[in-house]
Design a protein around this ligand. Structure first.
Ligand code: AHG
Ligand code: MN
Ligand code: MN
Length: 334
């Protein structure tokens, strides 16, 4: 007997009925986006548009189509009071008085679209502040530390479409059965292995790195003869969803650091809808996730699209990396 996402949600003690409804709608949006991604070359939806988002990144047709699917489907679910998206300059109003706020990256890794490699979606559910019940949602309402999340997850559009979710009591993974139009539980208790020998970092940026990161990566490359006492292999998919999924399945570390370029002074990835939800999932699965100055989930954002450095993954190697190398880079940033 297969367990569907709805069956699983109904069994979760940490998830209320309104939260379940909201998450089922997010999963439905991801199911629709999986179809858009699959059919993109057939429907003329590959390639870049002439528009840019608030971070001056060129938008792609699929970025905007995926954003529309999230807003359209999740906007029909009255539990959501408001939305924040990578592709929207400001917040979008949901149902006034709704219990939750939804922040999302509708399509992650969009440089992979044309080359038929993995892309994904990332989402984070926060409580709507009581003070917001009688008025329209504002950007400030979203500025909560990651620890406040009630649920977070991602969808991976790869060889299979997967939906990976936490409601605060571990992490579960579901695979899309396209014929049944259902997400089926296939990865019941995802746990980041404590030990792992895989790392993911865009090393083309090495010349911009700070001293602590340089020393850590030098130790990684020395392998078992060095202070980390193990050999490493490298993987970089250019889609955070795919890199984090690999870490949830077989361990490893993923880093997108701040570096010496002004544009990357706070890293590249966004706190609210990339670093916080992924950090929460990794912690829920027994791993660790650091931002600029400590656990990324402790950071309260000061703006909607704020960036953060991120280092997440297997506990043993990353705790050592943080304490011996990376912490000094964060402190220097002040
Ligand atoms: P997005 O497509 O939502 O802008 O995110 C892309 C992000 C992330 O998924 C990935 O890890 C990183 O950018 C890749 O960066 P590089 O271009 O430095 O490889
Ligand atoms: Mn992204
Ligand atoms: Mn994106």
């Amino acid at each position: 007997m297969q367990t569907t996402l709805s069956d699983w949600l109904a069994l979760q003690e940490t998830s209320s009925a309104p939260l379940q409804r909201g998450l089922e709608q997010v999963a439905e949006a991801c199911r629709v986006i999986a179809g858009l991604v699959e059919r993109a070359p057939l429907e003329g939806r590959l390639g870049a548009l002439t528009t840019t988002n608030i971070q001056d990144e060129v938008q792609k047709a699929l970025d905007l189509a995926s954003n529309d699917v999230f807003l359209d489907l999740c906007g029909q679910e009255p539990v959501f009071a408001g939305f924040a998206s990578e592709e929207l300059d400001d917040v979008s109003m949901g149902t006034q008085g709704g219990d939750f706020l939804l922040a999302f990256d509708p399509l992650d890794g969009s440089s992979n679209i044309e080359v038929a490699m993995c892309v994904g979606s990332i989402f984070s559910v926060l409580p709507a502040p009581d003070a917001a019940r009688g008025r329209a949602i504002q950007a400030e309402d979203f500025l909560q530390p990651g620890r406040n999340q009630l649920a977070a997850g991602y969808a991976l559009y790869g060889p299979q479409a997967m939906f990976v979710l936490s409601v605060g009591a571990g992490v579960a993974g579901f695979t899309l059965d396209r014929d049944r139009r259902e997400w089926i539980l296939t990865h019941p208790d995802m746990t980041v292995p404590e030990e792992s020998g895989e790392y993911a970092i865009n090393s083309s940026n090495e010349r911009h790195w700070k001293p602590g990161l340089r020393q850590f990566m030098a130790a990684v490359q020395v392998g078992r003869e060095g202070p980390l006492k193990q050999d490493f292999n490298m993987r970089w998919t250019a889609a955070m969803v795919a890199d984090v999924h690999r870490i949830l399945v077989r361990g490893g570390v993923f880093l997108y650091p701040a570096d010496n370029r002004p544009k990357v002074a706070n890293g590249k990835l966004r706190l609210l809808y990339e670093c916080a939800p992924m950090g929460w999932l990794v912690e829920q699965a027994g791993g660790v996730a650091y931002g600029a100055n400590g656990p990324v989930l402790n950071v309260r954002p000061s703006s909607l699209h704020q960036r953060s450095p991120i280092a997440l993954g297997s506990r043993r190697v990353l705790e050592q990396a943080w304490a011996e190398y990376l912490v000094s880079d964060g402190a220097a940033e002040g």
